[in-house]
Design a protein around this ligand. Structure first.
Ligand code: ADP
Ligand code: MG
Length: 538
């Protein structure tokens, strides 16, 4: 057997050659080894480090020429338990560096010194060959990973940019459709037609949200989460999704750690993976959803570019479906990549999953064999249980002193149609509204009316000055000013600015008039300048 010694002290078996007359050749462990080598290029021999690997990795040849050698004792690993009688372990050295081991076993009468010297020389040649092959492979993998990362980054930017522009358009389309519907009576013929527009607009919003998720520009609302609880809560929906001839089995680790993530996003990940698994199970089968705690060590990080060592919670979604070829695996995370018939796939499911996992500082892996099935592994960073629980979602006490729908609101938005729509919506609901098409105009209005303004509703990205910068100026004068940001995506400048989390209330574009009105009335009712904990997504 040819081993590669890993920095962790473990070893991988790279090659195995069996003599057919040796009865131990029949041991099942050797079939496993051969299977793994054929499939993955190596077999992980994560055992008996003390007996062979430790002395060999110091550069010493280990010889055990007698079955009575007590060094066998104490090791019950699957490689030592078969009837081993004799053994030689020869270090494979490049210079003074030991990179592997050549292991031979069960020669009758043991291994004479001359033979061992011969094999040590042979080991030198092996070492050089392995080292240069590995270096070439590493270079190739690094190039491939870089290429893949650059491709995803470029597509992400493009998708995020497009989504941002469409958000503004859809806010207008959906907003005015909603306003129109409020004006049209129920039996008006036009009602159906406007409803069609709104319907299509809302479907477009869903697509845009997925693109934003892929572009990692989605607003996240991370909380301390137990993944098991979340999966248990999804179970019913998942069963309904997968239909009758597919079995859903869940194996949740009892001690699974906590993660800090946005629950709706994690649900999205699981749903998308399960839906894909169902689609791969045309003739029925099993989908397994598992959770576990995992520590990703240096070996893992070395083999999986882009991963970071540490403690994670692992979510596995496995199916016994049709599997994927290597070419398909190389493209599955691209938005709009689908192998499904027109009308069946959007190609956004895995792109969304990828975006969310990346944005949550996680890692995703896929393994698949054509005709056998597919396994997706999602690693999310594990956090300490003692972290402060964010008790978002408190119900606001209704204060009666002030009517829920009065107040003066300053709206700042450079997109004219969105500005008009927000103004019309809020006026219709009884608010007084000042509008400004940009920060300069807004600051002028603020100078004049600063004491009268109850709430500021502002865009984040504007050409002359960013929303947050403008807000800082206003807060200097009115520290109690209530502020709501309208945004299409997480803006970097905002995340670095010095707003405390309580100060941040967002409404995601595209939003519908009702959620705008609700959010504004919740915030305006609050006694101080603190934001409402609810920031609706629509
Ligand atoms: P869609 O499902 O709309 O096609 P996805 O991004 O969710 O888009 O998936 C992209 C492609 O990845 C699918 O069209 C399919 O070819 C492949 N795929 C994803 N999950 C699986 C799976 N569990 N088994 C087999 N193929 C899969
Ligand atoms: Mg899908």
């Amino acid at each position: 057997m040819l081993y590669e010694l890993l920095p962790s002290g473990n070893a991988d078996v790279l090659a195995l050659s069996l003599a057919s007359f040796d009865p131990i050749s029949e041991e099942p462990v050797f079939r496993d080894i051969q299977y793994d080598i054929r499939r993955h290029g190596h077999y992980e021999a994560n055992h008996h480090p003390s007996i062979f690997f430790a002395p060999v990795s110091e550069g010493t040849t280990v010889v055990m020429n007698s079955p009575g050698d007590n060094r066998w004792k104490g090791c019950d690993c699957p490689l030592c338990t078969p009837a081993l009688t004799t053994f030689v372990g020869i270090p494979l050295k490049v210079g003074t560096n030991v990179i592997g081991m050549l292991g031979l076993a069960n020669r009758d009468g043991g291994y004479p010194n001359d033979d061992i010297r011969e094999m040590e020389k042979y080991g030198q040649t092996c070492a050089l060959a392995i080292a240069s092959a590995k270096a070439e492979l590493d270079r190739k993998q690094a190039r491939e990973q870089l290429r893949q990362a650059q491709k995803m980054e470029a597509i992400g930017q493009l998708a995020g940019g497009i989504a941002h522009d469409f958000n503004n358009l859809l806010t207008v389309i959906n907003g005015y459709s909603t306003l129109l519907l409020q004006k049209i009576t129920n039996n008006d013929q036009m009602r159906k037609e406007v409803e069609q527009i709104l319907n299509a607009g809302e479907r477009a919003s869903t697509l845009i949200r997925q693109l934003l998720a892929f572009g990692r520009r989605q607003m996240l609302e991370p909380r301390l989460l137990n993944i098991n609880t979340l999966i248990a809560g999804l179970h019913k929906i998942l069963c309904r999704l997968i239909g009758e001839n597919v079995t859903l089995s869940t194996k949740l680790a009892v001690d699974v750690g906590m993660v800090k993530a946005d629950p709706s996003q994690i649900e999205q990940i699981i749903m998308n993976l399960v839906i894909n698994a169902r689609d791969a199970l045309e003739r029925g089968g099993t989908i397994t959803v598992e959770t576990a705690n995992r520590y990703l060590d240096r070996d893992f990080v070395r083999k999986n570019g882009g991963s970071v060592a540490g403690d994670y919670v692992l979510i596995t979604v496995r199916d016994t479906g049709m599997g994927m070829s290597e070419e398909i695996i190389g493209r599955i995370f691209e938005p709009f990549f689908t192998t499904k018939e027109q009308g069946y796939g959007t190609g956004l499911g895995l792109a969304t999953v990828y975006g969310i996992v990346k944005q949550s500082n996680g890692y995703i892996q896929v393994q698949s064999v054509v005709g056998m099935g597919t396994e997706f592994r999602v690693y999310l960073p594990r956090v300490a249980e003692t972290m402060n629980q964010n008790t978002g979602g408190d119900i606001l006490p209704l204060t009666a002193e002030r009517g829920a729908t009065t107040g003066l609101i300053l709206i700042v938005e450079d997109e004219r149609a969105v500005l008009d729509l927000s103004a019309i919506t809020l006026r219709t609901h009884g608010y007084d509204v000042l509008t400004a098409p940009g920060p300069q105009e807004a600051l002028k209005l603020f100078e004049r009316f600063s004491e009268k303004i109850d709430l500021l509703l502002t865009d984040v990205m504007m050409p002359s000055m960013s929303g947050p910068d403008m807000v800082q100026i206003m807060l200097a004068k009115r520290p109690d000013l209530k502020v709501v940001f309208m945004s299409g995506y997480t803006d970097e400048r905002l995340s670095v600015s010095d707003f405390s989390e309580e100060r941040l209330t967002f409404i995601m574009k595209p939003f519908n008039p009702a959620s705008l009105v609700n959010l504004i009335s919740d915030n305006i009712r609050r006694p101080d300048g603190q934001a409402s904990p609810e920031t609706p997504h629509e």
